[in-house]
Write a protein that binds this ligand. Structure first.
Ligand SMILES: C[S@@+](CC[C@H](N)C(=O)[O-])C[C@H]1O[C@@H](n2cnc3c(N)ncnc32)[C@H](O)[C@@H]1O
Length: 430
């Protein structure tokens, strides 16, 4: 990976001082022939970074992504950074959502190809004013959402195509932000002042309910609005699919040793497992498991829509009630405990522990473990989003250790994913 190491070194080398106060050099990157050779060399190596160079290696791609974001933080002036956060991002998002509302992405992705602005207008319902769409597309082209090939002509990009391709759940993820995340984020500073800057801990009356038109908390809103429910579950699917499958982080083959499988005993119970991506990873890795030994649990409205292999049993279960599946070899919770403050999370853990058999059952929690320093953008964003939406949080290693100990469980090991985003926490009855 020496090529990639070279790229990261080039990214790390670019510092504001390097431009010697020449504002033009870092603004007019395309006027390469007028720039000094060092500038050209750096721009050339940045331009050479294409998705193909990673050969499908996600770890290397994520390293370069992080370095590129750090590069911008170094090179941008404080004013430019502020402008990006507060002036650019809101209108780019507004343009993306408007085109979702008009059905443009879906229609364009279905046929594909470069289109004129007039052809793009025909994809919209209701029909958008041509000049309105031109203005939105000018912005989207500047942000590389679409490619501008000539005046009033645009090509789709992998990103714009993915918004129009429902299977990617990118549209659902954007829509979930419009439905809930943006209003809550906008409200957070006011809400924190209102509660005198105490750390939010209330699950019913909280920042989300403060920003919701009917005063509902996050899950209450999902239950009331099918559109919010659909968007959030889509976002969950996209997020879970983006992560490393837990069966690649912890070797589940170890669970087969000593497992009772021939008497109809449960093998893995996925608690709050949503549409079943994680439990399906177990079946994919161990296709010979007996029918019914893999169990997916979630709320009734989620289970009603689940489509999993017939070997997986989908079951309605509220995790604040006693766990009805006793003595499973493993109980698994992915991105579930991070939705709840400690006192609620402890209740869920106690309910699980009470169903476990000491010395046989294991609990696996797959969640972010915040490092003492240097949390990534993805980890730290998730932590404050949890505060904003649910009065919940991501946890450090010591917070996990304490939470599990309070529920009568002890941690056997932390298994970090190769992306360095989450860890599988292996635990058993203390
Ligand atoms: C953040 S999602 C995680 C989903 C899944 N484990 C994953 O990682 O993709 C949280 C899940 O908890 C479920 N949930 C919320 N409250 C619940 C409850 N009281 N009982 C069971 N499931 C619940 C939601 O429906 C949702 O599927």
């Amino acid at each position: 990976m020496s090529y990639l190491t070279g790229i990261i070194s080039a990214l790390a080398a670019a510092k504001p001082s390097w431009f010697s106060g020449n504002g033009v050099e870092h603004v007019q990157a395309h006027a390469a022939d007028r720039l000094p050779s060092e500038t050209n060399r750096i721009i050339d190596s940045l331009d050479a970074v294409q998705p193909e160079v990673f050969g499908g290696n996600e770890i290397e791609r994520l390293k370069v992504r992080a370095a590129a974001r750090q590069l911008l933080a170094r090179v941008e002036t404080p004013y430019e950074r502020a402008w990006g956060f507060c002036f650019e991002q809101p209108v780019v998002f507004a343009a993306l959502q408007t085109c979702i509302n008009l059905g443009l992405w879906k229609s364009w992705t279905a046929v594909g190809g470069e289109k004129s602005i007039d052809e793009l207008v025909t994809f919209t319902t209701p029909t958008v004013d041509t000049n309105l769409l031109r203005r939105l597309f000018r912005l989207l082209a500047a942000f590389n959402v679409v490619e501008e090939t000539a005046e009033d002509r645009f090509k789709p990009t992998p990103f714009s195509n993915s918004i129009g391709d429902e299977s990617t759940k990118v549209r659902a993820s954007l829509q979930a932000a419009t439905n809930q995340y943006l209003a809550a984020g906008h409200n957070l500073p006011t809400y924190l002042a209102k509660i005198s800057y105490k750390e939010p801990m209330e699950i019913n009356t909280n920042n989300h309910s403060d920003s919701d038109p009917d005063g509902l908390n996050f899950f209450g809103r999902l239950q009331k609005s099918p559109a919010c429910f659909e968007a959030f579950n889509g976002h969950m699917e996209a997020w879970t699919a983006w992560k490393t499958p837990w069966t690649k982080v912890y070797d589940t083959t170890k669970l087969l040793e000593g497992a009772k499988l021939d008497d109809g005993s449960p093998f893995v119970v996925d608690v709050g497992g949503s549409t079943g991506i994680d439990i399906s990873h177990v079946l994919a890795k161990h296709p010979d498991l007996p029918s019914g030994s893999l169990i997916l649990q979630d709320l009734p409205e989620v289970i009603a829509k689940v489509q999993v292999d017939e070997k997986i049993m989908a079951m309605v279960h509220d995790f604040f009630l006693p766990q009805p599946v006793k003595g499973s070899r493993a109980y698994f919770m992915h991105a579930v405990l991070h939705d709840w403050p400690d006192h609620n999370a402890k209740q869920m853990l106690v309910n699980t522990k009470d169903a476990m058999v000491k010395g046989y059952s294991k609990l696996f929690v797959y969640d972010i473990v915040l490092p003492p320093t240097g949390a990534s953008i993805s980890q730290a964003t998730m932590d404050v989003e949890m505060m904003s939406l649910l009065s919940a949080s991501e946890r450090t290693q010591s917070a996990w250790t304490k939470l599990l100990a309070d529920a009568g469980l002890q941690i056997v090991n932390f298994w970090p994913d190769p992306q360095q985003y989450e860890m599988v926490i292996e635990a058993e009855i203390a």
